[in-house]
Ligand binder design. Sequence first.
Ligand code: PLP
Length: 434
Amino acid sequence: MTAPSSQQPTTWDRARAVVPRGVSSGHRVGWRQVFVRSSGAYVWDEDGNRYTDYLNAWGPIVLGHCDARVNEAVFRAVSTCDLTGVGPQPGEYELAERICEAMPSAEKVAFCTSGTDATMHAVHVARAATGRLKVLKFHGSYHGWSDHVAVGSSRADLTADSPLNTPNSNGLHPALVDDVVVVEWNDAAGLRAAFERHGSDLAVAFAEGYVHSFGCVAAAPGFLELLRALCDQHGVVLVFDEVKTGFRAALGGYQSVCGVTPDLTAFGKAVANGYSLAGLAGRDTLMGHLGAYSKNEATIDGTYNGSPYAVAAANRTLDLMVEEDVFTRLYALGERLRAGIERAIADTGVRATVTGLGSEWCVYFRDTAPANFREAQESDAGMYQRYHASLLSQGILEPAFPTGDRRLNAATTEDDVDATLAAVHVALTAAAEG
Ligand code: PLP
């Protein structure tokens, strides 16, 4: 790798002078690099260094960066009919039809622009449908920034005995936490107790069927089934937040893998390979509560919702996923990577463990796979920092914090994976050296 040039601080300084902390999304801090080009499996910084990208914009890039076929579909759409603000947008209902076909919970679909929008609408629909207020969610699971779900997932104030339902940041309405019930992931007894105590006040229960908010943590056997049964018993709307797993764990989302069907599904990210599209899917009876400015219905309204460029990107992305059997490829590559990391951990004797699903994985610097948020935070931060720095210096881009999940895209090759495994070997040794 070439040494950083004196250009890089200048770029950050210039950005920081006019954008808070230099970025419009908090997760983009943690690197000194400035990326100026991307293609397929790779990104390049402004000094010309190439990195194999396992961040993939925190999830959306699933086929590969700057996919020419997706870009071509977008160009065609916006050259034909761009935003009109009237009636259905071209391609919108075709995309909804495809999602209804692929995703078990989807009888109707409405589009919006971000995962934050989608989870916010899920809360509104559930409240309109049930006439109740409270939200149940799991500790550490991130569902975006609307006040009623931005609770109980901050790493910043987490101690062994800190309360579960604290707001994720300043500026959120502090009184809202009284309406949010937070349960530790995989705590079946805690989940039963929460439903016993609050069941008749709960409008909605949120879960990432497979948790990526703190790496890669599966549900314990029977846990999702228990959640489904408790929601049914207490008349609570079950939402799967598939913003990360939708169109990445499978075309039909993680629900098509685990066999538990939620009432509503929030999705986003990979559906459009980097274009800003998200949505809410669900049972017709619930989705029917989405109207506009009615006292009886929740509202969906957004200038860019279902916009032709994003919808065209999604339709083409979904075509290619099917035509190229993308999920078989993503799973095979992910499996090769995780098996290789496991071997590297055994060879180096470093105290670490790797978990994951399909194209996603996480390396925790602890003996065993974590079952919940608190256990995930016990990953050794110093070891992770050295591991991350070593990988970055070897041209591998991964999250800058220990419990970040990483993922590959379908343009990644077996050779890329094998080169990454050689780098992981070096990085594990560096992590242990302290
Ligand atoms: N839900 C989950 C599980 C997420 O991982 C994210 C973002 O990372 C969101 C919701 C929010 O999505 P967005 O960043 O598109 O608002």
